[in-house]
Ligand binder design. Structure first.
Ligand SMILES: Nc1ncnc2c1ncn2[C@@H]1O[C@H](COP(=O)(O)OP(=O)(O)OP(=O)(O)O)[C@@H](O)[C@H]1O
Length: 947
């Protein structure tokens, strides 16, 4: 969907809105929306100035603009200022006055004129006049750079005035309390005339009184100038200290970290109180952390070693909260291993305790007059990993440089469009007599969330019922109302920005959270509604469904994900299988060494590749079970530590397994060719693969129940929903409405595992040229070495002629009959929804293969195959070799005499999982049955995939 470009309604109402929104007067809009109009009016009514005066004013303004243009380019460039906002004339006046006073007061110019001026100044303010140029320079600087911040500028001006008065008062006391009778010389050396007038009445009481009074006033003036409320003094002191010393005290304490990018990590159990509060705000979770199990990783993740350098990055000796610092001994062991060339500890080691998702630290709504614009930090380079990344075969690998990803535009915290919307919302509330106020807004890249607070006794429904009127007032149909904003007593109204911003992947990867971890599976997701960066650890998802209508941004998201991995992970850490039935979306990555097989474009081959993934998973499980580890990370760590030794007679060299990321760009195409096989593989992988380090990302533009079947959904816990075409699709993806209101082009609802509320994010964008640069770098480092068995032709299926095209339905019939142990033709008819003739034919085929006995008239046939033998029978029908006996894992275990109890338990788990699979299959048909009986024409969420 396109972004709306219609101009904001009723600019002239801005000033009104400003008033009604209290302190958060949209000064900017007030000034811009209305200044121009005001200016025009003024031009119409005011008498014409004499031309000489106008010429002079013009010249003054001209010089002001030239100087202003230079000042605005100092440091962070703010020269994109709206010309209507400039106050360069006034700023130049402050600057000129400051220079003028400095010439006499600082540099001691002599002569009658300087002497007169100096005497006046000195006589008035005493030696405090030395500070006046400094104050004027600050005022000029602000006026040049932030002229729209009228309140802020006034505040600074008033603060300086108070400071000057307090200073003169103190100077008077400490200057020996001269009197006028002593002559002006004495006054000049103290606080001047102002100091005398200010301090002498109080000094008459006691000399200490003016010292205390003006000392306090001087302190208050500093607070006014720096916009520091009393409560914020410690924080400001800490920030000043951090700024001066270049350290991050919060980080060092394991707290929130960089406040600039306003990002933070959703933590595991070890979070501190403030963090929990933040999490609550987004997801509406309890402070006790209930419902965040999704963020609590595997045991292996939580007890991972943290590599200091890796976790903290260069020069930042901090570790993420909730992560254990390594002991000195552990650090030493890791270093020795690295030196011995045993392979570096994987980045994952350092960061496996990093939780799944990080998102924006919710910030105060933006209508704070003192800080209307946050300047974009100069792009910090993505720190290169410091350790040498040596791959197997002694190849040294360097990750792509940060320069490959260009920084995005400066994020805006407030624009005129926002102010216009505030005005429109306020008008609407007033028109309908709803006693509520727009108290602020948080601007994200795509949408802005406006916060509305109700007066006591006003019903929430009064606002939510206005949703259509609000849409009308702001001229947008994509208005989303959150009532309440999770964790806040306020109603949120999300309205698309007419001036939306693109979120660059480079910026996301440069954010604090992404930099804090070296975990190779961390990807840049985008930015949330409050403008905070969101990153996610794919290893903790552990599988993700990405869905949305055509053009909504799925492929761009997949591109960001792959590029993130290429930027951060070596081929030894992460390997990928890419399935791209559309043939065009992922071709850019052809040949990258992270690929395990060429990009698969043929859906049939893709189905086979999924089966390979299942086999790979089983192989990994065998190793885990044999050597007694519960998670691949533990196993890899042990391999690197040399603790995993193959049996003496084996020639096998055991190496750490890389994470395996399987990306399917269009699931629907796969489900069309081999629904059953694909679903089986996906379910099996998703149920078990997490501990084996295998993660699936399934993207589809058809989130309908025949593509995203109930079984797939149940096993893919993390969801990323881009704009869907209907509320039904949104429900399929997220189990809740909302995605149909998204506005496309990367606008998404992100529901990571364990979260109950979806988080709105604008997906990160990576351009083709950026991808090209990254890919070129990666390919230049290493050639792709493909595994032959993945894309190899699967063993030819010898499907019997008499089965023909009915294989799928025959398999279903076999499974049905065997699992229910009931050989009835009419049951097949009902459950498979086939006609009598077809059901009869299926029964004949089953009889010919020895699944059921001969017909016994109207009685059900005997079922000759036991549920335990179902797998080989199904394989035989498919023309494949029968799979290994179900107890293969247990058999493998028994070979290992030293297998410990945990391993045994795990093998049992596997068998139990197998049984659970079968049970689900039975439930599946039962589900179909009940729907059948209950609602003939209704939507069948558990419909058979064969149909
Ligand atoms: N994160 C984003 N930021 C900015 N623009 C985006 C973003 N994601 C997508 N777009 C815009 O939307 C267009 C379509 O995106 P994309 O190709 O990813 O959609 P899609 O959902 O994969 O569509 P299809 O299913 O047809 O392939 C892009 O060409 C781009 O212009």
């Amino acid at each position: 969907m396109a972004t709306r470009t219609s101009s904001a309604p009723r600019g002239s109402s801005n000033s009104k809105s400003g008033g009604s929104s209290g302190s958060r007067t949209p000064a900017k809009s007030g000034r811009s929306g209305t200044t121009t109009a005001r200016g025009k009016q003024a031009a119409a009514v005011e008498p014409q100035q004499p031309w000489a005066l106008r010429a002079l004013a013009g010249v003054w303004q001209g010089i002001g603009h030239v100087v202003g243009a230079g000042v605005r380019r100092i440091g962070h460039d703010v020269s994109d200022l709206d010309p209507a906002d400039r106050r360069d004339g006034a700023a130049l006046f402050n600057l000129a006055l400051g220079v003028f006073i400095a010439t006499f007061a600082w540099w001691g110019f002599k002569g009658w004129f300087p002497d007169v001026v100096y005497s006046i100044l000195n006589g008035t303010f005493g030696w405090i006049s030395l500070l006046l140029p400094f104050m004027l320079f600050v005022c000029a600087f602000r006026l040049f750079r932030q002229p729209w911040d009228v309140r802020g500028n006034n505040r600074v001006g008033i603060g300086f005035l108070v400071m000057a008065v307090a200073g003169t008062g103190l100077a008077h006391i400490f200057g020996g309390q001269p009197t006028v009778a002593d002559g002006f010389d004495g006054l000049r050396r103290a606080g001047g005339m102002v100091g005398f007038l200010a301090a002498s009445p109080l000094a008459a009481i006691h000399p200490v009184v003016p010292v205390i009074a003006y000392g306090a006033l001087a302190f208050v003036s500093v607070l006014i100038v720096t916009a520091t409320p009393f409560g914020a003094i410690p924080r400001r002191i800490r920030e000043a200290y951090e700024h001066l010393m270049g350290v991050d005290l919060m980080d060092a304490e394991g707290k929130s970290g960089d406040s600039h990018d306003r990002s933070y990590l959703y933590e595991n159990d070890a979070v501190e109180a403030p963090k929990k509060k933040r999490r609550k705000r987004i997801f509406g979770k309890d402070d006790d952390g209930a419902g965040i199990e999704g963020y609590v990783g595997d045991e292996a993740f939580e007890h991972a070693i943290v590599d200091d350098d890796a976790a903290a990055g260069k020069g930042a000796p901090s570790v993420p909260p909730g992560v254990r610092r390594p002991t000195q001994a552990e650090i030493a062991v890791e270093k020795i291993k690295a030196a011995q060339g045993l392979g570096k500890a994987p980045a994952g080691d350092a960061t496996e305790a990093i939780p799944v998702v990080s998102a924006a630290a919710p910030t105060a709504p933006v209508m704070v007059p003192s800080a209307p614009v946050s300047p974009q930090p100069p792009p910090t380079p993505i720190p290169q990993r410091t350790e040498q990344l040596s791959l197997a075969g002694d190849v040294t690998y360097t990750l792509p440089s940060a320069d490959n990803l260009t920084p995005g535009s400066v994020p805006k915290e407030r624009t005129e469009a926002n102010d216009a919307v505030v005005a429109a919302l306020t008008d609407t509330l007033q028109q309908f007599n709803v006693d509520a106020t727009v108290t602020g807004f948080s601007r994200g890249p795509t949408v802005t969330r406006y916060e509305i607070e109700l007066a006591p006794g006003t019903k929430v429904e009064r606002v939510t019922a206005l949703s259509k009127n609000i849409s009308y007032a702001v001229a947008s149909s994509d208005v989303r109302i959150l009532s309440p904003i999770p964790g806040k007593s306020a109603i949120g109204i999300e309205i698309p920005n007419t001036d939306r911003e693109t979120v660059s992947l480079g910026d996301v990867l440069r954010s604090q959270n992404a930099r804090r971890t070296d975990h190779p599976m961390v990807m840049g997701v985008g930015k949330d509604v409050e403008g905070g960066f969101v990153v996610a650890n794919l290893a903790k998802m552990p599988h993700m469904l990405v869905a949305g209508a055509t053009g909504a941004g799925k492929s761009s998201f997949v591109n960001s994900m792959i590029t993130s991995i290429l930027m951060r992970a070596t081929p030894d850490e992460v390997r990928m299988v890419m399935v791209d039935p559309k043939r065009v979306e992922l071709t850019a990555y052809e040949g990258v060494p992270h690929l395990i097989t060429p990009i698969i474009t043929n859906p049939k081959k893709a189905a086979e590749a999924l089966q390979w993934v299942v086999r790979e998973m089983d192989a990994r499980y065998d190793d885990l079970a044999n050597y007694g580890y519960k998670h691949l990370d533990d196993f890899n760590k042990a391999v690197r530590a040399g603790k995993v030794v193959p049996p003496p007679d084996s020639k096998r060299v055991i190496k750490p397994y890389p994470y395996l990321l399987v990306i399917v760009d269009e699931l629907a195409d796969l489900m069309m060719v081999a629904p059953r096989d694909v679903e089986d593989s996906i379910v099996r992988i998703t149920q078990l693969a997490r501990a084996a380090g295998i993660h699936l990302v399934l993207a589809t533009q058809r989130p309908s129940v025949d593509v995203v079947t109930g079984l797939i959904k149940a096993n893919v816990p993390s969801r990323m929903a881009f704009a869907t075409s209907s509320v039904t699709d949104s429900r399929v993806v997220l189990d809740q409405p909302g995605a149909e209101k998204l506005i496309g082009q990367g606008d998404a609802l992100f529901l990571p595992m364990g979260a109950s509320k979806a988080m709105r994010v604008q997906g990160a964008w990576v351009s083709e040229s950026e991808i090209h640069r990254v890919v070129e770098h990666v390919k230049g480092q290493l050639k792709a070495v493909y595994r032959e068995d993945v894309a190899a032709e699967a063993p030819k299926k010898q499907i019997d002629d008499d089965i023909g095209d009915d294989l799928e339905v025959l398999l279903q019939a076999t499974e049905l009959v065997v699992t229910t142990q009931f050989g009835s033709t009419s049951m097949l008819q009902r459950k498979l929804r086939v006609g009598f003739a077809k059901a009869g034919r299926l029964m004949d085929l089953l009889e010919s293969r020895g699944v059921v006995g001969p017909s016994e008239g109207s009685k059900a046939r005997d079922v000759l195959v036991k549920p335990d033998d179902l797998a080989p029978v199904l394989a035989a029908m498919k023309g494949l070799e029968a799979p290994a006996a179900p107890d293969a894992h247990t058999a493998a275990l028994s070979e290992n005499a030293n297998a410990n109890i945990a391993v045994g338990g795990y093998a049992e788990d596997l068998v139990a999982a197998d049984l659970e699979n079968r049970k689900q299959a039975t439930d599946y048909y039962d589900g179909a049955d009940s729907t059948d009986d209950g609602d003939e024409g209704g939507e069948d969420a558990w419909s058979l995939t064969g149909r």
